[in-house]
Design a protein around this ligand. Sequence first.
Ligand SMILES: [Zn+2]
Length: 122
Amino acid sequence: MHEFSLAQSVIETTLAVARDRNVERIQKVILKFGIFALVQEDQFRFCFDLIKTESNLTATSELEIDWIPGELQCESCDFKGMVKTSPQEHNELAPIFQCPACKSYSTKIISGTETIIDSIVV
Ligand SMILES: [Zn+2]
């Protein structure tokens, strides 16, 4: 389960930062996910809400997810550019992306697979 381990590592990092700075409560965690990171937002939120209750530091933390566009290069035509597909359209089992120009599936991901903790609000 990709979302579960990702949520776990986000919470672990958040807790480490909180302990480092002697913070008593984390109000909000702001994440940036690339649209090609193949994170199912609903599943991720579910896992995050489950794991956050294990510590008082994160038990009431809000979660904000910003989706950032990714860059795709097509191997069938000359297209290379940013793609802003809705994350809900992604299927974890079939991580292929269609070229917006020629509809080919022979595409290569240049960027947009990142999962970043943008900021932690205390
Ligand atoms: Zn193309």
